[in-house]
Design a protein around this ligand. Structure first.
Ligand SMILES: Cc1cc2nc3c(=O)[nH]c(=O)nc-3n(C[C@H](O)[C@H](O)[C@H](O)COP(=O)(O)O)c2cc1C
Length: 324
């Protein structure tokens, strides 16, 4: 039987989601992951209310770019002003956003230090107020993405109960505290405690799911209704498909071979080029190339040369040399 997930009125084709990731989960990458199938829901990277509402400006137009194939898409907003966040949510929902997610987990100093993102975990009353105002502002499902707490895991348990009462449609929990940033391991048992604290609202487990086996483990340990993957799909955009197939009892598919990986990169490059322009994409791809090459033994001088390519033709030629 097919495993699906309902978030509010939204039926997702699978309970496996692509995490919001600033600098990575733009439209081209979301389409790359979607092209494999099995993806329940993807998210924009976190957007500030002014960025959302001035989306046509050059500086932010790529952050808010989407397309008819890019569905369903959760729009993630961040900030600490309940009224502004409610306005941004309303603005998005009025323009067709099917789901709004509020970021309460970003550990970056420039965000959490100013009281937004994970900074809200130090002010649970404000976090609850924000969730309430956003839920009241729109008819579409509102989800929140939190960490376990600022420095201890009780915060997530307490917050989840409040979020459930006020009608949040799903709660994603990254199993680390703000203090941990990305250190240590995502604590799936602690995520399970959050899950056990609420009955009505689906909890989505996040952090360190990297394979079909770890996906099985995280479902078993947390009892969560869904899972969300961030970093692994950057290296293996097909991993979400593999996990969704496993959940449905379908046999595994072989990972793409060298030629297919090369073609995937070229397709990704082309989509970025269509959006950002070739010159910008050559720079943008400096972060993607090492990701796609992870696990392959590539000589250092070649890696360095790949970071200095000047145009698409040179990138293609060098990648062919490395990958084929
Ligand atoms: C480069 C990068 C950017 C991220 N940007 C966001 C973001 O915009 N919003 C958010 O909620 N989380 C963001 N995260 C956190 C991820 O969504 C996710 O919670 C985290 O990476 C743990 O999941 P993983 O172990 O599957 O990567 C980011 C993570 C990374 C590595």
């Amino acid at each position: 039987m097919r495993r699906t997930l309902h978030i509010g009125g939204l039926e997702l084709e699978s309970p496996v989601m692509l995490a919001p990731m600033a600098g990575y989960t733009d439209l081209p990458f979301r389409l790359i992951v979607r092209s494999f199938g099995g993806l329940g829901l993807a998210f924009t990277e976190m957007l500030s209310p002014p960025s959302v509402m001035r989306g046509r400006e050059k500086r932010v137009k790529f952050l808010v770019a989407t397309s008819p194939q890019d569905k369903p898409l959760g729009w993630q907003i961040y900030g600490k002003d309940p009224a502004l966040l409610a306005d941004a949510a309303r603005w998005l929902a009025d323009r067709g956003a099917p789901l709004i997610d509020v970021n309460m987990g970003c550990p970056q100093k420039k965000i959490s230090g100013k009281g937004a993102g994970a900074g809200l975990l130090r002010k649970p009353d404000l976090a609850v107020e924000i969730a309430r105002r956003v839920v009241e502002a729109v008819k579409v499902p509102v989800t929140v993405k939190i960490r376990l707490g600022w420095d201890n895991a009780q915060t997530a348990v307490d917050l989840a109960k409040e979020f459930e009462k006020l009608g949040v449609a799903a709660i994603t929990v990254h199993g680390r505290t703000r203090v941990q940033k990305f250190e240590g391991k995502s604590d799936w048992e602690a995520i399970g405690n959050v899950r056990a604290a609420v009955d009505k609202v689906p909890v989505i487990a996040n952090g360190d799911v990297v394979s079909v086996e770890s996906a099985r483990d995280v479902f078993r340990i947390t009892g969560c209704a869904g899972i969300m993957l961030g970093r692994q799909p950057i290296k293996e955009p097909w991993i979400i498909r593999d996990i969704a197939r496993d959940l449905n009892g379908e046999p595994p598919l072989p990972p793409p071979d060298a030629r297919q990986r090369f073609e995937l990169m070229m397709r990704h490059f082309q989509m970025c080029s269509d959006m950002y322009g070739e010159k910008q994409t050559v720079l943008h791809f400096r972060k993607w190339v090492p990701q796609y090459l992870k696990g392959r033994s590539v000589a250092r001088p070649m890696l360095a040369a790949l970071q200095q390519v000047k145009d698409a033709a040179e990138l293609k030629a060098r990648l062919m040399e490395v990958m084929m």
